[in-house]
Design a binder for this molecule. Sequence first.
Ligand code: TRP
Ligand code: SF4
Length: 326
Amino acid sequence: MKKTILSGMRPTGKLHLGHLMGALANWTKLQKDYRCFFMIADWHALMSEYENAQDIKANILDNLLDWLACGIDPEQATIFIQSEVPEHLELYFILSLITPLGLLERCPTYKEQLRQVTNRDLKTYAFLGYPVLQAADILLYKAQAVPVGEDQLPHLELTRQIVRKFNTLFKTNCFPEPQALLTPSPRLLGLDNRKMSKSYNNYIGLAEDPESIAKKIQSMITDPKRIRLNDAGDPDKCNVFNYYALFFPQLEKEVGNRCRQAQIGCTACKQELAAKIIVLLAPIQEKRRFWEQDLNAVLEILVQGRIRATSVAQETIREVKSLLKI
Ligand code: TRP
Ligand code: SF4
């Protein structure tokens, strides 16, 4: 029996190189060896974006096209939209019955979001329960493993605490304690050296056209001490070099040497990087266009995904209700 995996992504904006490196490349590898559920977490998105629900709606299809373009395979994995499987809310409520308030209030991601996000009101009842809905996502499918980035570790720990409490209270081992499958991705900085974020518009979208990619990469800041062409550069002070190291590790040494020995200028160095990223994204973009031509097939994938997810979810809900005697 294959182990079960569940992961999700919030449809809050366009997908970019960070998502490819941080999640999608990993998911496409995992789908061969695990029974995978990949979910568009639109309810989680709504918890912070409830004033812009129309954007979430548009992003769902857009993100899904990128998933398929990156090689998420509906034959191997179950792809679905969280809000199309209402059992997520049902389990969220049931888990909330036993989740200690203090655990949620002390959750480091919660405290950080409240501090950082100032343009939306997150002091809501629903947002406090964000990790409980995430626990419900995972437990509905009894996932043993959850591929996530480091930022999500507190939510997995909370999920395990909920599992232990549930299993003890109701004398069962209905739920396994899910383990994180940490995605080995070093932080990819945005084009302006700030954190990559849609609000800074400092990323390269997976579906972005070549001219725009070239222009954005040409705008990247390089080693600030390198003013003239024959000044030796320090690649370790240059984000362009980070991109080479991350996406084209086979070129890392060569580019580093040429930079240190002033054998290449920054403009040319960035042109070469842009050309390589355009080539890297070309097959993904082609595959995206293929799916765009056949939106009915994409909608059918969602129907099949919803049916498969629902049948597992309903089975779990039946089991949980019988344990609680409700
Ligand atoms: N909270 C996750 C994030 O922001 C998204 C998510 C929702 C998720 N439900 C999940 C991730 C379940 C893993 C498992 O990235
Ligand atoms: Fe960065 Fe390349 Fe310029 Fe060196 S040559 S500073 S690696 S852009």
